[in-house]
Write a protein that binds this ligand. Structure first.
Ligand SMILES: [Zn+2]
Length: 307
């Protein structure tokens, strides 16, 4: 009996042990399956992410290449603008622009303001500073330069508009008497002729030679019907012997605007306009102010024909 019992106990224990091993193995298999499934899904997801990243990277590389091409085009454009600016400056008799090489903190140019006081090279790596500020600094400097040029051109244009620069006679005419000493056709005595006599057909339009304001409309014994136009900067023009007058005192006129018609009023021997130019109160020879290209200062002709 005792022997049976002694044999049955180890057998039961072995069975329990086997069952336990089986359970553990089963659990392990389930766990392995779960882990394998998870790992598979994870790897598929990683694959997808890698593919996405690759295509994003390819897209970024394409965009970078496009940006580089655009930047290079921009640089060429900047170079052309810089050349144009230099040419315009030369025409206008201005100093060449300050060299704007992108070299560290000077890249923004003329920076006496708050930016100029901050030493950016201490903050940014030296080799990165120049490319980062280069094109933007160039564009700023160019924009400043062009604004200054625009102001200068506007001022020159205003001056030009108010400078006598065309013939006061808009039609066929000839110069019948020049500026200077001559023998008077009336008294036979030497007299100073303070203008040009430009003769033509009665009624030929007489026009303002530049922008200005009519300061006098008079009926003079010698000059007949005469108009005086003030152009500012001490320049005044006078038009005498008019047949009829088409403007009133105080009226603003622009270059080429009709002031009246050629006539023979006042002391005159035939239809003509007595054209006089006064600079700072003194009569000067009007010839250089006529629209004769050879008489216009060379720089003005160059600006007008090349600009
Ligand atoms: Zn005269």
């Amino acid at each position: 009996m005792g022997n049976e019992t002694q044999q049955a106990v180890p057998q039961a224990r072995a069975e329990r042990t086997l069952r336990a091993v089986a359970v553990v193995l089963g659990l392990a298999a389930v766990a392995a399956g779960v882990v394998a499934g998870y790992a598979f899904r994870r790897s598929a997801e990683l694959d997808r992410q890698v593919r996405t990243l690759r295509s994003e990277r390819a897209a970024l590389e394409r965009r970078l290449a496009a940006s580089e091409a655009e930047l290079s085009g921009l640089r060429q454009g900047l170079d052309r603008i810089r050349e144009a600016e230099a040419r315009i400056r030369e025409w206008l008799g201005l100093d060449p622009p300050e060299p704007q090489e992108a070299s560290g903190t000077d890249a923004r140019g003329g920076g006496q303001g708050s930016l100029g006081e901050v030493d950016l090279s201490a903050v940014a790596p030296a080799d990165r500073t120049a490319p980062a500020l280069g094109p933007a600094g160039d564009v700023d400097a160019l924009a400043d330069g062009f604004e200054a040029l625009a102001g200068r051109v506007r001022a020159l244009r205003r001056t030009w508009d108010r400078t006598p620069a065309i013939s006061p006679v808009d039609g066929e005419h000839w110069i019948s008497s020049g500026f200077g000493w001559r023998r008077s056709p009336f008294t036979g005595r030497r007299e100073f002729h303070n203008g040009l006599d430009m003769a033509g057909r009665e009624g030929t339009p007489v026009v303002a030679v530049a922008d200005g304001r009519v300061v006098r409309v008079v009926r003079d014994r010698r000059l007949g019907n005469a108009v005086a136009v003030d152009h500012g900067d001490g320049i005044e023009t006078v038009y005498g012997h008019l047949g009829r007058v088409d403007v009133a005192q105080g009226q603003k006129v622009v270059r080429g605007q009709r002031l009246g018609g050629m006539g023979s009023t006042g002391r005159s021997t035939g239809p003509h306009v007595h054209y006089a130019v006064k600079v700072d109160g003194k009569f000067v020879n009007p010839r250089p102010y006529l629209a004769d290209r050879r008489q216009v200062p060379e720089t003005v002709v160059r600006v007008l024909t090349e600009f």
